[in-house]
Design a protein around this ligand. Structure first.
Ligand code: 6CS
Ligand code: FE
Length: 299
């Protein structure tokens, strides 16, 4: 049994319903002592909408990151960290790239990123998950609507909403190559989903997620007074999105691959407990058990 009250029950066999968020969005908000910081207007935007886009924020990182990812892809052949597209053996996701390589490691500790993350989460943070989403031209398939937090709560035991994803565009994300869609403001509600999680659900969900995907009736309710927004931008654009923001993305049927590097940071005050879905926790490459606070890289 979970060791803690379940504030966000989901996939426990009940009917699907929308329940309110019980946690703050911005924790603290005071700038940290070193490195970059967010201004009041940016904090307000994040609080209201659940995400923030910083166009052209670190274009100098794009080439070195791409080179390292290409190398990593070869080195990881045959490993569980590589996930293929649902209908082909093309690469969909590389998990835990931060565990393997220099520039990528530097990225998640970067003085232009880490202080912003600490400012939003109001504490030290650890790196819970990292991934490269590849979305190949023509064959890159969609990601269904979901809240990351819902999966992390049910399958990994993340107790509260005090985590976020910071990600960089490594190619242009435009209207045709399957950009991330978000629903601004949806982070303030929680969709408690129906169904029950099967053992080792991640083995199929990473290719195509089925559980934790709200039903069309629920999405209609969410969209009654909210809109879908496509996040587009040039390589080097940084995006920060809140762990409970509803998001997804369409197929890429264009001639341009779409590549992003994502780092998930969780507050050290929000360490996982026994998963709320009453299952054995997922492997380390999806939810790290190394809770050491991320330290700042040299500028
Ligand atoms: O499983 C995860 O941790 C992430 N992947 C998917 C397909 N959905 C939830 C979350 O974003
Ligand atoms: Fe997601």
């Amino acid at each position: 049994m979970p060791t803690q009250d379940d504030l966000y029950p989901s996939r426990l066999g009940g009917r699907e319903q929308i329940i309110p968020r019980q946690d703050p969005v911005v924790y603290g908000g005071e700038p940290t002592k070193s490195g970059a910081s967010l201004e009041r207007a940016q904090l307000d935007h994040y609080e209201k909408n659940g995400y923030l886009v910083l166009p052209g924020y670190m274009p100098e990182m794009v080439e070195p990151l791409l080179a390292e990812i290409e190398q990593l892809r070869g080195e990881l052949r045959g490993c569980e960290e590589l996930v293929c597209e649902p209908e082909s053996d093309e690469l969909r996701t590389i998990f835990n790239p931060c565990g393997f390589s220099g520039h990528i490691e530097r990225f998640f500790r970067h003085p232009k990123i880490l202080p912003l993350v600490r400012q939003l989460l109001g504490s030290d943070v650890y790196l819970m998950q990292s991934r490269v989403n590849n979305k190949p031209a023509f064959t890159g398939r969609s990601f269904a609507w979901h809240s990351d937090f819902e999966t992390w709560h049910v399958e990994d035991g993340m107790p509260r909403m005090r985590a976020l994803t910071a990600w960089i565009m490594l190619s242009e994300s435009h209207q045709h190559n399957g950009p991330l869609y978000v629903i601004p403001g949806s982070h303030k509600l929680y969709v408690s989903c129906c169904g029950r999680t099967a053992e080792d659900n991640y083995k199929s969900s990473l290719r195509r997620q089925v559980l934790g995907v709200p039903r069309p009736e629920t999405m209609r309710e969410v969209l009654r007074d909210r809109e879908i927004h496509a996040i587009t931008g040039m390589p080097g654009t940084l995006v920060i999105h809140e762990c409970n923001l509803l998001h997804g993305s369409p197929d890429n049927i264009s001639n341009d691959p779409r590549k992003v590097l994502m780092c998930v940071y969780n507050s050290v005050e929000n360490k996982p407990v026994t998963p709320f879905g009453d299952l054995k926790p997922r492997p380390d490459f999806l939810s790290s058990r190394d809770y050491s606070p991320v330290s700042l890289a040299a500028a």
